[in-house]
Design a protein around this ligand. Structure first.
Ligand SMILES: [Zn+2]
Length: 434
């Protein structure tokens, strides 16, 4: 495959922006990036004309629960505690089964591809169904179950927190696009014993550990009351930060907490829309950056967001933090594009493989159509991506050299079938939760 690009955001270490170049792909990887004039030496069967496009790496969404696709808009305008305990967990107990999670996962993946995500990190029940949908769609993913000490009838028993891990890993062993990680819900629904076992298991199997951390003030106050420590100090003392820990939210960290984890191999998944909608708070972005902590971007689930739209997340982040710190120079557009691409790949241990457009890496990229007058003028492509584009401008999505969307049409997922299953499953949710 060859993609002839008007503008290419490489997101390489120098943030090179190239014009009138061709990206040459063989099998799943980028084998050359060269001036279009010289591209005739390659005889490609599939040539994508991106003459009116910005081509960039696909978005990496580092925190999702895509099996919750049918809970979008079911319960809004509530606190996290009320939302989880009174609505989400009871609905999950009543609705979830294998088919439901598969259908919802495929729905979520379809939404992500449409909006330019090529790689995501998911944490949800019955993860084998998410693996099945991911395999069908051809997107890249790191997937985990939800480890927690709360039982949800028919869905989760705490005894199963670790027992299925080997089977899960075995199922994706030869899959180039899917890996497993270890999901532990949070400090507030997991005992110290569960955490110790998770940390030990992650060490033994060299797995990324992912969790929700310091999402609300209540979580911090409760942890301090129970353990005498902040959630960060508590997990730090248990050894959670000694290996790759990807924590979502990270809103209520003190300056000391951030200093404590500086230099550890952890990454943050910033979930701004979810935090804003649930009024959880605004994370201390400046502290994270000051201590060189890897900041990536996630959407959280559509039940709390209510979309999986990564370009909307970075657009909000750009403006929110400028206002928050009263500094219009804070978080320039290029930095946000890096957070939503290469930083996400780093958080998932895959920065040598994806997250930027460089020779040798997987061809995971998107084409943004800028032919409409709504997109004009463009002086700086980074500015366009962060401040101006709509996710519906994304016309092509490629993962591992395979086209998953062409001219805005999904190629690996039947959109009408997704709509039909959504209708049926949403009706079931309404009946069951009435
Ligand atoms: Zn979450």
């Amino acid at each position: 495959m060859m993609i002839n690009c008007a503008t290419l955001l490489t997101v390489n270490p120098a943030n090179d922006v190239l014009h009138d170049v061709s990206v040459v792909i063989s099998d799943s990887r980028i084998i050359d990036i060269l001036p279009k004039k010289q591209s005739e030496k390659y005889h490609c069967q599939n040539i994508i004309d991106a003459q009116n496009h910005i081509v960039m790496p696909g978005f990496v969404n580092t925190h999702t629960h895509i099996g919750m696709a049918y809970f979008k808009g079911m319960a809004d305008d509530l606190s996290l505690d009320t939302w989880l305990t009174k609505y989400i967990w009871p609905a999950e107990a009543k609705c979830i089964n294998q088919t439901f999670v598969y259908d919802a996962s495929l729905h979520g993946i379809a939404e992500m591809i449409k909006q330019g995500t090529t790689f995501f990190c998911d944490m949800y029940f019955l993860p084998q169904q998410t693996v099945k949908a991911t395999t069908q769609a051809g997107i890249r993913a790191v997937i985990s179950d939800i480890g927690m000490d709360i039982a949800i009838a028919g869905v989760h028993i705490p005894e199963r927190n670790f027992s299925h891990l080997q089977q899960y890993q075995e199922s994706v062993r030869d899959h180039p696009n899917i890996h497993f990680c270890l999901g532990v819900h949070s400090v507030y629904v997991c005992s110290q014993e569960t955490w110790e076992r998770a940390i030990q298991t992650a060490k033994e199997h060299d797995l990324i550990l992912t969790t929700h951390l310091c999402e609300t003030k209540k979580e911090v106050i409760d942890c301090q009351r129970l353990t005498g420590k902040s959630p960060v100090q508590y997990l730090y003392d248990l050894g959670a930060f000694e290996q790759r820990l990807l924590f979502a939210h990270g809103v209520h960290l003190s300056a000391d907490d951030v200093k404590l984890i500086a230099g550890t191999p952890c990454s943050l998944s910033a979930n701004l829309h979810s935090n804003l909608k649930l009024a959880s708070g605004i994370l201390p972005m400046s502290d994270y950056l000051k201590h060189n902590i890897n900041v990536s971007i996630g959407t959280d689930s559509v039940a709390s967001n209510n979309t999986l739209n990564m370009s909307a997340e970075i657009s909000t982040a750009a403006k929110l933090f400028k206002a928050y710190y009263a500094d219009p120079t804070f978080l320039p557009a290029v930095e946000l594009v890096r957070m939503a691409t290469i930083n996400g790949a780093k958080a998932l241990g895959a920065e040598q493989q994806t997250g930027s457009i460089e020779i040798g890496k997987y061809a995971d990229l998107i084409c943004i159509d800028v032919s409409s007058f709504l997109s004009q003028p463009i002086y700086d492509p980074y500015s366009h991506v962060v401040y101006s584009m709509n996710s519906s401008d994304i016309s092509h999505v490629v993962v591992a050299g395979r086209l998953l969307m062409q001219d805005r049409n999904l190629l690996t997922i039947d959109e009408s079938a997704v709509k039909e299953r959504a209708k049926i499953n949403t009706q079931k949710v309404k009946e069951i939760t009435r």
